[in-house]
Ligand binder design. Structure first.
Ligand code: LRH
Ligand code: MN
Length: 398
């Protein structure tokens, strides 16, 4: 397996790679800045953000230090405020945009048997009303998308009619889709299991895609990297959705076992690279591609702002490595059936240390080359602990 000489290699120049990385847009989730946990315990972090304004302040610091996280996703009612326009103004004042709006129809007793798929039309209407409320909020704050995840499912065979639940889901999705302002999209997230342990009503990309195709082109599939059976080839799903032009975006995180919501790249950086390789190969990393790169994580034991900074850096590193793939050599090896040479094109890129390149890029952007060191020097953790002592936290972990 001869190493390809530089002139045969067709890798973007360092400047081209930097340009692509500079344009990256990674949306952080408001709920990552608040207290979160498992069903066993929510460990309270004294520096944790307590409301939507503090979550936006923390997300703004992540953007300030990384330069590529200019928006924050909201979750309603975890981020409910009296005046959403004021919240959007606050975000703009700290250099952020409000990103995807995530309704929450999974934390009320009424939703025991589901929300929009519930057998009782009264409950379905209640859930649909909340989704429509979130469409209004999206309009108020200028959000680009409604991001839908349904906890709906069943725990035992026979508990409910699988096809009837799909019909109910389709009715609710259509009601929301037709209520969307013209420039607002819909993302439909799927999840294999939990909290449903027999069926989930949107368990896989096929079910999400079938609903999106039925709705219209502004409805697209959201891939949460923690929502698959162990061993699932997620980059195959990504490539397939890209081919159909229906990949709406990602909820990046990582896991060792189930939906662990650990920081992206922590468990399997090579899988993250393989996913970004499919993205870059299709040019879907470029701003015009309208694929939303969002994080969806819970920092149950680690400090939240530095964990989000590390997460953004991990996505940057995986993207930089994917941009380093010698696509000419790859395509040639694939055409020649040269399996090892083709695989080497990816492994070589993945094995490249891109941290110096990213440090240089940050300096070009007028940022500290090491955002985590800059965070440690910022004194944010100490200030937050002092300022946020007492008061009740609004959100997941209250
Ligand atoms: C469900 C999920 C969904 C969110 C929630 C915070 O597991 O991934 O995206 O609403 O986490
Ligand atoms: Mn998610």
């Amino acid at each position: 397996m001869g190493a390809t000489t530089t002139e045969e290699r067709l890798v973007p120049s360092t400047n081209e790679i930097k340009q692509a990385l500079r344009q990256q847009w990674i949306e952080t989730p408001s709920w990552a800045y608040g207290n979160t946990g498992t069903r066993f315990k929510v460990f309270r972090n004294p520096a944790a953000a307590r409301d939507a304004y503090e979550k936006i302040d923390d997300a703004a610091l992540v953007h300030q230090l990384t330069g590529v996280a200019p928006s924050v996703a909201l979750h309603i009612p975890w981020d409910r405020v009296a005046d959403y326009s004021d919240l959007a103004k606050h975000a703009a004042n700290v250099g952020l945009r409000i990103g995807a709006i995530n309704p929450n129809i999974f934390q009320e007793d009424d939703y025991r048997l589901g929300s929009v798929c519930h057998p009782d039309p009264r409950v379905r209407q209640k859930a649909t009303d909340h989704l429509l409320e979130c469409v209004e909020i999206a309009t108020l704050v200028g959000s680009p998308a409604i991001s839908l995840w349904f906890a709906d499912g069943t725990n035992y065979p026979g508990q409910d009619d699988i096809r009837a639940r799909q019909d109910r889901l389709a009715v609710a999705l259509n009601t929301v889709y037709t209520a969307l302002p013209p420039d607002t999209g819909m993302l439909l997230e799927y999840k294999l299991f939990e909290p449903g342990f027999y069926t989930m009503d949107v368990p896989d990309w096929g079910t999400s895609l079938s609903h999106c195709l039925a709705l219209g082109e502004r409805a697209n599939v959201l891939v949460d990297t923690g929502h698959h059976a162990p061993g699932t080839n997620i980059e195959f799903i990504v490539a397939s959705l890209l081919r159909l032009g229906r990949l709406g975006g990602f909820h990046f995180n990582s896991r060792f076992y189930a939906d662990d919501d650990l920081l992206v790249g922590a468990a399997d950086p090579y899988q993250l690279f393989r996913i970004l390789n499919e993205i870059v190969a299709a040019g879907a990393h470029l701003p015009g591609a309208s694929v939303a790169f969002m994080l969806d994580q819970c920092h149950n034991v680690e400090d939240k702002v530095p964990a989000e900074i590390r997460s953004v850096m991990n996505v940057q590193e995986a993207t930089a490595k994917a941009l380093l793939v010698d696509r000419a050599a790859l395509v040639k090896a694939q055409a020649d059936g040269d399996v090892l040479e083709a695989n080497a094109a990816l492994v070589d890129a993945f094995s490249t240390d891109v941290r110096p390149l990213l440090a240089e890029l940050r300096e070009d952007m007028g940022l500290d080359p090491d955002p985590l060191a800059a965070y440690a020097r910022s004194g944010h953790a100490e200030r937050a602990r002092a300022e946020r002592a007492g008061g009740s936290a609004q959100g997941w972990g209250n």
